[in-house]
Write a protein that binds this ligand. Structure first.
Ligand SMILES: [Zn+2]
Length: 456
């Protein structure tokens, strides 16, 4: 790749330079023309190269349930949707994950996690279905085997129909790790352990899940401190706030990243920084559900790691990874003033911050020799966009992302000129719409109200 403006995230930016790739790795970068030799050359004239964006919180199945419960709080929204999700099967998950991952790739994302926590019985292998979709699209994938064991009858929020028994959860999670987790440097598939949230999971499952993850050397993920309702639930049911509760259960540490972390105290932020606990900031979802604005700039100042997440599309319809940088920047500035988060910091949390959440900071998240060649090449010389003097500003500040000239995952092209190259873009888009039709039809057949709301 040559003649390109490089924003490597680590190290100085280069106005016009080259990135040399061999196999799936970056071997060198620098100013001026590329040295002779090497394989294919990509001309990056008029383009900005950034590390591929890393999405650290998602629920891909939710692609099939967008646009429902539009004006609800988190708890109202969940109660409306749990029973729709109870109707999903492997076909729904495959179609939704294909469209969701295709959408992410088109917005510059090269690595995505997913948090799948609804496993109705007898519907096929839902976890395998999303892994297959990620393989087809060609993204690096970190699926987290989620779970819920505390239904309504146990004081939890979800109806009993969507929870699983604790023993079955642990067995299935262990099997998922054994079947799919690849710890290698170049890995395109790593599994995490992810009970859903304090209000849908027992303390015993949280503790056992942490023990399992640590025995298998995989990472831990859950939702935390998303809303004030959750705070109240934790104080009422456990006698303490969410972060204190997770600390008590052994859930702070460098192998843990939490989704949201909106309602943190100064002490909570200090604990995250001291223990290396990460968080996935999901500003569009937090805005959509009226959850609040996370203290991202304070967390960064105090040394706590922050990555970005689009969150499930049912609470962040059609949100893109590139757009989430802008949303993060605007939220922080609205709360703290215009120096709260710079365009470069927004790019850093979307790349290196995300890589740290996933434990992949040695391999991903910046353009450095030895790292994997996961790169996004943005066309910044378009007729309108080129009016912005700074290409990183153009990428982060604009509502409409610059055209994506190329997306490389491990040196392989996944997107070229805003078009998926690994699969048919039309086909995955249609698969997402079919997944929605199928899910809502199945949910309506079961008599559930949120689906009726859409059909009425
Ligand atoms: Zn979520």
């Amino acid at each position: 790749m040559e003649n390109v403006h490089i924003a490597p995230v680590v190290g100085p930016e280069i106005d016009s330079g080259y990135i040399r790739i061999e196999g799936d790795r970056i071997v060198s970068l620098g100013a001026g023309p590329a040295p002779e030799g090497g394989g294919d050359r990509i001309d990056g004239t008029g383009c900005l190269a950034t590390p591929g964006l890393v999405n650290t919180h998602h629920h891909l199945y939710q692609w099939a349930s967008q646009g429902l419960a539009q004006d609800a709080t988190l708890f109202e929204w969940l109660v409306s949707l749990y029973e729709v999700w109870a109707a999903m099967d492997a076909e729904v998950v495959h179609g939704a994950a294909s469209a969701g991952l295709g959408w992410l790739a088109l917005s510059g994302c090269t690595t995505s996690s997913d948090h799948h926590y609804v496993f109705p019985k007898g519907r096929g292998d839902l976890f395998a279905a999303e892994i297959e979709a990620a393989r087809e699209i060609g993204l690096r994938f970190h699926p987290a085997r989620g779970s819920m064991d505390r239904g309504e009858s146990q004081g939890g929020l979800p109806p009993d129909v969507v929870v699983e028994p604790l023993e079955e959860i642990l067995t299935a999670t262990h099997e998922a790790i054994r079947a799919y987790h690849d710890p290698s440097f170049s890995s395109k598939l790593r599994v995490a352990v992810a009970p859903c949230s304090p209000f849908s999971v027992s303390a015993e499952l949280m503790t056992e899940a942490a023990a399992l993850a640590r025995a298998e050397n995989v990472r831990l993920h859950t939702h935390l401190a998303e809303t004030l309702d959750e705070n109240e639930h934790c104080v009422e049911q456990f006698g303490m706030r969410p972060v204190d509760y997770m600390e008590k259960l052994g859930w702070l540490g460098p192998d843990v990243w939490f989704a949201h972390a909106v309602h943190l105290s100064d002490g909570d932020i200090a604990k995250f920084a001291a223990t290396g606990t990460g968080s996935a900031h999901c500003p569009s979802s937090n805005g959509r559900l009226g959850a609040g604005i996370a203290r991202v700039s304070e967390m960064l100042e105090r040394g706590a790691n922050v990555g970005l997440g689009v969150d499930g599309n049912a609470s962040s319809e059609l949100t893109t990874m590139a757009g989430e940088m802008r949303q993060a920047l605007l939220f922080q500035r609205a709360r703290y003033g215009p120096t709260a988060l710079t365009a470069r910091q927004a790019l850093e949390i979307a790349t290196l911050g995300g890589a740290r959440n996933l434990g992949r900071q040695e391999e991903l998240g910046s353009i450095e020799p030895g790292k994997l060649a996961d790169l996004a090449l943005w066309r910044v010389d378009g007729a309108f966009g080129s009016a912005v003097a700074d290409p990183v500003c153009q990428l982060v500040f604009g509502t409409r992302q610059p055209p994506l000239a190329r997306l490389l995952v491990g040196g392989e092209t996944v997107v070229e000129d805003d078009e998926l190259r690994t699969v048919s873009q039309d086909a995955v888009g249609r698969a997402g719409a079919r997944a929605r039709d199928r899910l809502l039809r199945r949910a309506a057949d079961r008599g559930f109200s949120a689906a009726k709301e859409v059909h009425s």
